[in-house]
Design a protein around this ligand. Structure first.
Ligand code: PHB
Length: 394
């Protein structure tokens, strides 16, 4: 209110925007349109991303390169490409945002990519993990992960650890199809055999027919990618109830399956699961400890920070650092040049934006679910450093 009044006075005296005399007057603002899933079955995705962004701002203030950042948040209500595109257009044409950010789900990111390309707006992807997304606009930068990047290490680890015959089950859309392809390629190259591959609808929670099929074909393990939420919880429950564990069929997966946000709800059947992933709330580093502490102080304890929160935090860091480098300019080409090749220490470990692909380069960890002080965590025990998106390698 106070700022509004001052602005009004400045406008009346013909000084609007000049901020002459008082630093408190009309600080220039950079608006960031945050597009995410804040309601519906994927509501935690948007919430975690935004909570991560707010955590960064709590620790570092909200002025970078002389510009104050302001978040304008829009809800896609789920996997809703039409809504995502419409809100992106509104953010650009009506709210005058300089940057688009967020994006939990691939279909929403893909729908907004052409808006970024046409309006020349930097677009920071804070989760959506289908490899191809970054190729859809030269102004996209991804700070999260790709499914091939997180999948390749578990395929190699499984083959090295005596697993030879695998059945794959993935969610039937972009990231699942990427995970399936990356698993088959890397597992075969390491001497393994994929006996069958099935895909389940994105929000499916009835795994009975899939689990029966898997049980009947007697693989040594099932490789799984499902987006975290009721799907992953239902899968683990069904795996336990239908006796796959007793039949000696192991689960190997990307860490989306044992996501920090849903792991506790899976309970005892999740103990011992081995996955590969780029972030664990149990990652042992000073940066992660500071992140976890600030996350709770900023957002409370309703959600345990997960990989989407970490990517929201890192995405906000990338935007802040780019603004510092450009002296507050949001000229899209200068802004992208500032982001390309950027390297820093994230709560997940060292990360870099590949200057060629604008995608994230990071360590992928192999982890095992263990109970620590009565709570379930993914405990890292092996790692593959500097993994680029294999989806972009020839
Ligand atoms: C995606 O839609 O790209 C997506 C969603 C959830 C994940 C990973 C990828 O855990």
């Amino acid at each position: 209110m106070l700022r509004m009044n001052r602005f009004f006075v400045a406008a009346l005296t013909g000084l609007a925007g000049l901020a002459v005399g008082s630093p408190a007057i009309a600080q220039e603002v950079v608006k960031i349109g945050v597009i995410g899933e804040f309601s519906g079955p994927f509501a935690d995705y948007g919430s975690q991303i935004l909570a991560g962004m707010k955590t960064y701002l709590k620790l570092n203030g909200d002025v970078f390169g002389g510009k104050k950042v302001e978040l304008i948040v829009k809800d896609t209500t789920g996997a809703a490409p039409d809504i995502a595109k419409r809100v992106a257009q509104e953010l650009v044409t009506q709210n005058n945002v300089a940057i688009l950010a967020g994006f939990g789900l691939t279909p929403n990111a893909l729908a907004v990519a052409p808006v970024s390309a046409e309006a020349k707006k930097p677009m920071v992807i804070m989760n959506a993990a289908t490899s191809i997304i970054t190729t859809r606009s030269p102004y996209i930068v991804r700070v999260s992960h790709t499914l091939p990047q997180d999948t390749q290490p578990i395929a190699q680890w499984a083959a090295k650890n005596g697993i030879k015959r695998v059945f794959t089950l993935v969610s039937d859309y972009g990231p699942g199809i990427d995970a399936e392809g990356a698993f088959i390629k890397a597992f075969k190259a390491a001497g393994g055999e994929v006996i069958e591959s099935v895909r389940s609808p994105m929000t499916n929670t009835d795994f009975a027919p899939f689990l029966q099929k898997i049980k009947d074909s007697k693989p040594e393990a099932v490789f799984v990618f499902l987006p975290p939420g009721s799907q992953t919880i239902a899968f683990i429950k069904g795996y336990e109830e239908r006796g796959l564990k007793q039949a000696g069929i192991r689960i190997i997966a990307t860490g989306d399956l044992t996501d920090d946000g849903t792991l506790q709800a899976m309970g005892e059947p999740a103990i011992g699961l081995i996955t590969s992933f780029h972030y664990s709330a149990a990652h042992d580093s000073p940066e992660n400890k500071a992140f976890l502490k600030a996350y709770v102080e900023t957002n409370g304890t309703k959600l345990r920070p997960n990989f989407m929160a970490a990517a929201g935090f890192d995405g906000m860091a990338a935007i802040a650092e780019a603004l510092k480098k450009t002296g507050g300019s949001v000229d899209p080409d200068k802004f992208l040049a500032a982001l390309k090749g950027m390297k820093w220490m994230s709560p997940r470990g060292p990360i870099m934006i590949d200057p060629e692909t604008r995608d994230i380069v990071q360590t992928v960890y192999i982890r095992k679910v263990e109970k620590v002080d009565g709570l379930l965590y993914n405990i890292e025990f092996d790692k593959y450093p500097d993994v680029k998106d294999p989806g972009k390698q020839p």
